[in-house]
Design a protein. Structure first.
Length: 317
């Protein structure tokens, strides 16, 4: 099987964290998982490349590496908004014309915008830089309230940690939810966050440990085949419905209903991938009541049908 070639385009001074987001997801071999990606780092000028934290990294490959990339990732750009060399812009445009997927993490969105790849499209970047991006590129529809935006051929993420969310989302798109969940588990990450979630909590996270939603979330994910109303969740948490809804917004940046729907669809995806259960049975197991409801939710959220998803990602049983 041909592996998907992921190339990260770095530039001095390079933030090691944004680069590590891509490298950990696409470039780390794990003993008990099949390897679907080859990962390479390139720069306009190969050689020692300074990082933002004081050490240099050695980059062996130059821009010709982009000519063979299936996915190109720009893991941040410092300082954001500074002119990008024309050679880099043309290399990105050429890769995009050839059919490569172009991805920006954090301030890498400024590079894609300079290349014209975000014109007329929604995009995001770190919340501290959204106003700057919107002012510099009025033709880009900057969304400051999301973790990432994926158009299929071009994708952007919010700051730093949201790059991991976007990379795992791309793995889910390429190889299904179960494979992406295994990578997340190796990285000791919680279940994935949807791109539509807020970049940050509207208020500081509660300081008291007993205000964490983690126990409730763990319980709810084990009860997806039952009727989970806001009132039932609130009763389980020992809170009023209003207080629980507020904590979901504070800690997760989403509502209880939207969070639950995401968990139900995730569970449905795994069952479609790993079992031959009928769609009606899967809908019941994940608490979506009927095949009609599952199909409607699936199409609205994922843009496809359960049957098409199973054909694309289902394991041979």
């Amino acid at each position: 099987m041909n592996r998907h070639r992921v190339v990260a385009l770095v530039n001095p001074p390079q933030s090691p964290f944004e680069l590590a987001c891509a490298a950990e997801v696409f470039g780390t071999a794990r003993q008990d998982l099949p390897v679907h990606y080859d990962f390479l780092i390139c720069a306009e000028r190969p050689g020692p490349l300074q990082s933002t934290v004081g050490y240099a990294m050695l980059v062996d490959a130059g821009l010709p590496a982009l000519e063979e990339a299936d996915t190109v990732i720009v893991p941040g750009w410092q300082p954001p908004g500074t002119p990008v060399p024309p050679t880099i812009l043309e290399a990105l445009r050429a890769a995009h014309r050839r059919g490569a997927r172009i991805v920006a993490i954090c301030t890498g969105a400024f590079v894609l915008a300079q290349a014209g790849l975000l014109d007329g499209r929604r995009a995001t970047t770190h919340w501290r830089r959204t106003a700057q991006l919107a002012a510099a590129f009025p033709e880009v529809q900057v969304d400051l309230d999301v973790l990432y935006v994926d158009h299929g051929d071009v994708a952007t993420s919010a700051g730093s940690g949201a790059g991991i969310d976007l990379c795992l989302h791309l793995v889910r798109s390429d190889h299904g939810a179960a494979y992406a969940a295994q990578i997340a588990r190796h990285m000791v990450l919680p279940p994935h966050r949807e791109g539509s979630q807020l970049q940050y909590a509207t208020r500081p996270a509660p300081a008291r440990a007993d205000e964490s939603l983690a126990p409730l979330l763990e319980w709810a994910t084990s009860q997806l085949d039952t009727r989970l109303t806001l009132a039932r969740l609130a009763e389980r948490a020992g809170l009023s419905s209003r207080t629980l809804a507020r904590r979901f917004t504070e800690q997760l940046g989403t509502s209880p209903g939207q969070w639950l729907l995401g968990q139900r669809l995730d569970a449905a995806r795994v069952l479609l991938e790993q079992t031959d259960l009928p769609v009606e049975a899967i809908a019941t197991r994940v608490g979506l009541a009927s095949a009609v409801n599952l199909r409607r939710r699936f199409r609205a959220t994922l843009g496809t049908t359960p049957g098409a998803y199973r054909r694309a990602f289902g394991e041979t049983l």
